[in-house]
Structures are given as structure tokens and as C-alpha cells.
Design a protein around this ligand. Structure first.
Ligand code: FRU
Length: 478
């Protein structure tokens, strides 16, 4: 099959007409139809935020990757645009893999991985990944400029370029696999076309993964943050429970030198579904991150509905004094709020209290008093499929989902924050939940698949009492 943007558009037009929208997000970005994975090319250009993403328009399964495209004035209301890249050239014949975008004067430049096999595609020995460039003046139509960096000798996995500028120099990092060691390689250029190798920015120490996907590198409060998605970390207690992780190292870096990490690897999100996050800057200087709100090899029940995959909320990240990132929903999310429904401050004792009959698209705030609680468990439920609660015995905040008909069952958790107060800010959409703990201390994001009868939201305390000191919710609408 030969691919083209026109053909992809025809296909999407046809497929989007028959979508079942029972789980299709009301206010998150998802593809019009077909498959979506990583966010790509997040950038502000000429008055618009642009979000591209890994996309297979021809089926709900991963396949030859295209770049889907949407834009927004406010990070909240997204307008779908035509597919930006299709695997049309010899350099990307088997897929336009992940990458980034930068603004170069009046041009929007996409730098992405061309994925291709030379011969039989069942062997990695025949795999070549090269970095490619495409440019646009209108931010909608892109001209392919072809390959700009070839696969280094001996490598096969070499992908996901992230580009930024320091002074007059463009830098590019790319994830790679050398034997069984994940690496981030660095390149330098004056014009985005001619690139010089600049060494290895960072590499996996023992146990830190065989491949580092989707690296990103930026400064916050004078510290450098290396964010990446390592493959091959072993689960350890409550950590690294998902198939692949995404997280960061904090450290220092000066051009011409290696990155020196001063922290251990910390996961960015502790839910079931968050991967391949990418960051970008808003015009007023905030660092925002968006991730794929899914996990490789996890069931995606919406595939039966004609689509698969969604992106997370845009989240602002800041660096705390403890050298950890704090992640909170971008302030723009407040534009979705309808009327506010406050909850009464109340003590619950071995009981549950209804909050909303049908929580399909809402933002909920719950502030619990941790010091006075005697309950073994307290928190909220969404039908009988989702529970987010304090487990007093393990002293953890737990997100538990139970959709056994889709083979999605199990929990993720984080330690309770220090202090007396547990403030949860929760965003529920038709098939997702994102929980922000104590203003960014921790975050848990998971896909959920409620039936129509499983959308009642209630708060509860069991085996004892717990006090909700304040709370309320906003229905969210576009
Ligand atoms: C991460 C990833 C990237 C790759 C893309 C392919 O989820 O595996 O490394 O570029 O997805 O769709």
C-alpha cells in the first residue's frame, strides 16, 4: 500500500462517521478515528498551540505511523487539522515515528524519525531509524525535506528527536539502544539541516533500561531536567509497575559536557496509563507536559468503537525545593468549568454519600483531614469500577480500577503526603481519570471504562470515620 495524506484524510472521514462515542473524550484530545499514541511536535507557533501525535488512520491498531495534527488557541479546545505527515518517502517508508517541533523564524519545523526496514521487517537487523525534517509556513501543510541524520553505524533503535535552541545553536537529542543499554545522544547544528555529533548526553546505568524512548531536556529553576521513557526497568515494590515507565532525572549540564544526574530516576505519574510525555513552553514561559494516556500492551476497549488512545491533560511542571517535579493541570483548564457545586463539610462513618448521579466530564475537589480519620479506607468511588482512596493500613493513596470484562483490574498507589491535609483534584472524562495530589505532589492517571450504569460518583469511609473538610465539583463542558 502506498500512503498519502489525501488517502488518510478520506479514510478518517469515512471512519469518524461511524465512531461509537460512549468512551470518546469530551475534553481531552484523541484522534478523529483510528489509532493514536505519543504526543509529538508540541509547540506554540503563530498564535496557535499545535499538537501532533503518532497516528494510524487505517485501523484501531498500531500500524505505519502518520502524524495526526490538531491546534488550539487555549490548550483546551482543539481543532483537528489534516494529517501532517504520512510515510511517503524512502526515508520513512515504514512510519513517521515520534519527534518534536521548533519555530525557526517564520517557519514551523518538524523533526521526526523515519522508520524503515531494508528487506525483511521481522528482524531488527534490517531496521534503520533516521532523523528527518519537514517544514511549513502556514502550520498546516508540510514540505518534506528528507533525512538530516543517518543511523549511526551498528545502531538500529535510534529515534524520537527533541530539538531546542541555545543562543545561535540548535541542539537535538535522540533516544538509542546500544546493545542492551539505553542512551541519549546529542547533536548540534546551525541550520537544522547539517548536524554534528556531540557525544552521549546520558546513558543507562545498571538496571536502567535497554532503550530510552522519547527523551526531552529542559531547564527549570536553573536545574536541568532529563525526561525520558525507559524500556526494561524491573518492577520493584510499588515502583515501575507498568510495562514501560516515564520519568526524569534532575542534574546539571553545560554544552560540550555530559549531563551529571543528581537524583535517581523518578516516575512522573503513578497511574496505569501515562507514557512518552513531551514538554513545550507557553509564550508566557510555563513548561507544560502532555503524555499519552495509555500504556503499551494494555487492553484498549475503545478499539471496538473505532478509535484507540488519547492524550493527557496539559500539565504545568515546576521544580520543588526538594528537587522533585510538581505537576498540576494547566490553568487554562478552568475555562471548562460550569457552575460550582460545593459539598458540605461532613464526617462519614461507615457510609457512602452520593455526589453526582452521572460523572462523565467533571472536575472534583476533595479535601480530607488525615489526622482525625479512623477509617481503614476513605475516598471516592465511580460506580463499582473505580475507587480512589486512602488505605490507612499501607498509608497510601490508592487508585483501583475494576473492569474485569476488559481484563483491566488492579491498583496503583503513592505514599500519603506529609501533613494533615489531603487535597485531591480529580479530572474525570468519559474513559479517563487523572488525580492530582496536594497541588502536584503526585499524580495518578488511568484509563477507565464505565458502563452507563457505572458513573455515579460517591464519597465514602469504611471501617471507621473520616472528615471531608471541604470539596465540590464543576461539570466540564466545551
Ligand atoms: C513510544 C514509541 C516511540 C516511537 C513511537 C512509535 O511510545 O515507541 O519510541 O517513535 O512510539 O509509534
Amino acid at each position: 500500500m502506498t500512503f498519502s495524506i489525501a488517502h488518510a484524510e478520506q479514510e478518517l472521514h469515512k471512519r469518524s462517521a461511524t465512531l461509537n462515542t460512549r468512551w470518546y473524550p469530551r475534553y481531552h484530545l484523541a484522534a478523529r478515528a483510528g489509532w493514536m499514541n505519543d504526543p509529538n511536535g508540541l509547540v506554540w507557533f503563530d498564535g496557535w498551540y499545535h499538537a501532533f501525535y503518532q497516528h494510524h488512520p487505517y485501523s484501531t491498531q498500531w500500524g505505519p505511523m502518520h502524524w495526526g495534527h490538531a491546534r488550539s488557541k487555549d490548550l483546551v479546545h482543539w481543532e483537528h487539522l489534516p494529517v501532517a505527515l504520512a510515510p511517503e518517502g524512502p526515508e520513512d517508508k515504514d512510519g513517521c515515528f515520534s519527534g518534536s517541533a521548533v519555530v525557526d523564524g517564520d517557519t514551523l519545523a518538524l523533526i521526526y524519525t523515519g522508520h524503515k526496514f531494508h528487506g525483511d521487517s521481522s528482524s531488527d537487523d534490517n531496521l534503520y531509524q533516521v532523523q528527518c525534517l519537514a517544514t511549513s509556513r502556514d502550520g498546516i501543510h508540510f514540505e518534506r525535506q528528507g533525512q538530516i541524520i543517518d543511523t549511526p553505524a551498528g545502531l538500529h533503535h535510534f529515534r524520537d528527536p527533541k530539538v531546542w535552541r541555545e543562543g545561535e545553536t540548535w541542539y537535538l537529542i535522540v533516544g538509542s539502544r546500544v546493545g542492551d543499554t539505553g542512551q541519549v545522544r546529542l547533536y548540534r547544528s546551525d541550520d537544522l539541516r547539517l548536524w554534528q555529533e556531540d557525544g552521549i548526553l546520558a546513558e543507562a546505568q545498571e538496571g536502567m533500561g535497554f532503550m530510552w524512548e522519547c527523551p526531552d531536556f529542559f531547564t527549570l529553576n536553573g536545574k536541568c531536567v532529563l525526561m525520558f521513557s525507559p524500556q526494561g526497568l524491573a518492577a520493584e515494590g510499588y515502583r515501575n509497575r507498568n510495562l514501560f515507565q516515564s520519568g526524569y532525572l534532575i542534574g546539571d549540564w553545560l554544552p560540550g559536557q555530559q549531563f551529571v544526574a543528581q537524583s535517581e530516576f523518578i516516575e512522573l505519574d503513578h497511574g496505569h496509563d501515562f507514557y512518552a510525555p513531551q514538554s513545550f513552553l507557553t509564550p508566557d514561559g510555563r513548561r507544560i507536559v502532555i503524555g499519552w494516556l495509555d500504556m503499551w500492551e494494555s487492553p484498549l476497549p475503545e478499539q471496538q468503537d473505532g478509535w484507540a488512545g488519547m492524550l493527557s491533560l496539559p500539565r504545568e511542571i515546576r521544580l520543588g525545593a526538594d528537587n522533585r517535579l510538581r505537576m498540576t493541570p494547566a490553568e487554562e483548564m478552568a475555562v471548562l468549568r460550569g457552575s460550582y457545586y460545593p459539598l458540605l463539610a461532613q464526617q462519614l462513618k461507615n457510609q457512602s454519600a452520593p455526589v453526582v448521579e452521572e460523572a462523565e466530564a467533571i472536575e472534583l475537589e476533595l479535601v480530607w483531614e488525615m489526622n482525625t480519620a479512623t477509617a481503614e479506607c476513605y475516598g471516592f468511588t465511580l460506580g463499582d469500577g473505580l475507587r480512589v482512596f486512602v488505605d490507612a493500613q499501607s498509608q497510601r493513596l490508592v487508585l483501583e480500577r475494576r473492569y474485569p470484562q476488559f481484563a483491566l483490574e488492579g491498583s496503583r498507589s503513592v505514599p500519603l503526603p506529609a501533613g494533615d491535609r489531603l487535597a485531591l483534584r480529580i479530572f474525570i472524562d468519559r474513559s479517563s481519570v487523572e488525580v492530582f495530589v496536594n497541588d502536584g505532589d503526585a499524580c495518578l492517571s488511568s484509563r477507565i471504562y464505565p458502563q452507563e450504569t457505572q458513573r455515579q460518583l460517591a464519597i465514602f469511609a469504611s471501617s471507621g470515620s473520616a472528615t471531608l473538610s471541604s470539596g465540590g465539583y464543576w461539570p466540564l463542558d466545551k
